[in-house]
Design a protein around this ligand. Structure first.
Ligand code: SAM
Length: 481
């Protein structure tokens, strides 16, 4: 076996090591029984221990599938016929499901989605963290549809070179299809997509072309305060155009909920819906949302939890794990706009957020002020550098040489914690650590390091923030040994 070939996400080293006894070739059509969902949402079948990831199939299906790609340790296949369906297949309400890269599991019974997510979390902890523990039952989402408070739509062209605006086709990142109605976005979000598309076509505004880096319109990001009703429309473009001012006025006229229309200018080639320059085209520069009993101001480029209702559950689990009594000094690393820092501050002596985005820190400070919270502060910078600069000399206090920290919360991006951050968190000497993660793979890896030396895992609570997608969020409660 070629040890340099990467093991795909969801394939445990033990499975990957199984040598195939059968000949699996590209182009071949096989009858397969889909046995499982790998982490990342790919359906998985095995032939004599050899793993095939199967597109367009669900666990429990028996399918005819054509092999599309053959690697040394696994193959990829696409189901061309369902010979016998899983009893858990349900009708999907959305007509885009067969092609959309967003919802993979709208046609899979929700309780089965949750069962698989729980098992995947446990598998990641066992295989990548060496922690064979049972996770708590996944906290289900109360709303299975229209739950997202933010959607990113892409501009492109179809095969007849006409402007399209919508979501990506599964597996393709340069061919968005024209979206009619998205069932996980809010109804107004889909209506705004149709409005902006019609406007762009009427005004002959060109979509950005990824290959030769020409054109104007790149992304449309629609954000909605689910508990305030305020909507932000954010147009990400490669330049300005007088028609965009008219679009902003027209949007505010057609949709009274639109409180803010922003233009983000980007000259980067990378396909990310962020701008280097932000202009308010109409209305306010931010919108408001309520979470954890507080009011948050959100800018176009700041991170904010995408499912407001489930973010409250995430916060409840984090607070349970922190078990604050009101006297603690708490560190919130990767603090964003203060979603967790501020509710923590209302239950502790002091909360300190560390965050690298200047805009997010500015929003967080404004949010503290707006909510009358005086015992929260935010340190802008890279987590590793801030931890080094502020804490490397170890625990102090003894009234009060500072900076003794009683509890730490971390909520890093998908890549998880840099090993340098892990070792600094260990050296901080806090008795309690709470890890919020959107990636069970990197969570397993990081928990292995944290639990190797100082911490013990008390419990892990998966929270389903994104029904019908492979994503799963977890709160892990750790205590110093
Ligand atoms: C998953 S978000 C969590 C934000 C916040 N806890 C919340 O729930 O709204 C991760 C945050 O980490 C920030 N971030 C990313 N890399 C960072 C780094 N190296 N140091 C500090 N913050 C970072 C991002 O800007 C983002 O706001």
């Amino acid at each position: 076996m070629d040890s340099t070939e990467p093991i795909p996400a969801g394939l445990s080293p033990a499975v990957a090591a199984a040598e195939t006894l059968v000949e699996v070739r590209r182009g071949q059509t096989l009858e397969l029984t889909v046995s499982d969902l790998a982490y990342g949402g790919k359906a998985l079948a095995k032939v004599d221990g050899f793993v095939l990831f199967v597109e367009n199939a669900l666990p429990g299906d028996r399918v005819l599938a054509t092999v599309t790609r053959r690697r040394r340790q696994y193959a990829e296949a696409r189901a061309v016929e369902i010979l016998a369906s899983t009893p858990f297949r349900v009708p999907a309400p959305c007509s885009h499901v067969p092609i959309c890269g967003g919802c993979r599991f709208q046609d899979f019974d929700y309780s089965e989605q949750l069962r698989h997510k729980q098992r995947q979390v446990e598998a990641c902890l066992a295989h990548l963290g060496g922690l064979p523990v049972a996770a708590r039952s996944v906290l289900p989402a109360p709303k299975l549809f229209h739950y997202r408070n933010k959607m990113e739509y892409s501009f492109g062209r179809d095969e007849r070179a006409r402007l399209t605006l919508g979501l990506h086709r599964r597996g393709l990142y340069d061919r968005p299809f024209d979206l009619d109605r998205c069932h996980i976005a809010t109804p107004v979000s889909s209506e705004i997509v149709a409005f902006v598309r019609d406007f762009a076509v009427r005004e002959a505004l060109p979509p950005y072309d990824l290959r030769n880096h020409t054109g104007l319109l790149r992304f449309l990001v629609v954000r909605e305060g689910m508990r305030t009703g305020q909507v932000m429309v954010n147009i990400v473009a490669s330049g300005t155009h007088p028609a965009l001012d008219r679009l902003a006025v027209a949007l505010r006229g057609a949709f009274p909920a639109v409180a803010s229309v922003i233009l983000n200018l980007t000259r980067r080639k990378a396909q990310v819906a962020l701008g280097e320059e932000e202009h308010v085209l109409a209305g306010q520069p931010t919108i408001l949302e309520r979470l954890g009993g507080l009011t948050f101001e959100i800018s176009s480029n700041s991170f904010f939890q995408t499912n407001t209702e489930q973010a409250d559950r995430l916060l409840d689990s984090a607070l349970e794990a922190l078990a604050l009594t009101g006297t603690e000094r708490v560190l919130d690393v990767y603090a964003g706009t203060g979603t967790f820092t501020l509710p923590i501050a209302t239950r502790s002596a002091e909360a300190i957020g560390i965050e690298s985005s200047e805009i997010a820190v500015r929003d967080a400070e404004r949010n503290a002020e707006r909510n009358g919270i005086a015992n929260a502060r935010f340190w802008k910078g890279e987590a590793m550098e801030v931890l080094r600069d502020r804490f490397d000399s170890g625990p102090r206090d003894a009234s009060s040489g500072r900076p003794e920290i009683h509890a730490v919360l971390v909520d890093p991006p998908r890549a998880g914690l840099h090993p340098g951050v892990v070792s600094r968190l260990i050296r901080l000497g806090a008795p309690r650590l709470v890890y919020i993660s959107c990636n069970p793979g990197t969570l397993g890896r990081d928990l292995a390091l944290l639990c190797e030396s100082r911490f013990a895992l008390e419990w892990i609570q998966p929270v389903d923030m994104f029904p019908h997608t492979p994503h799963i969020e977890c709160v892990a409660a750790l205590r110093a040994r």
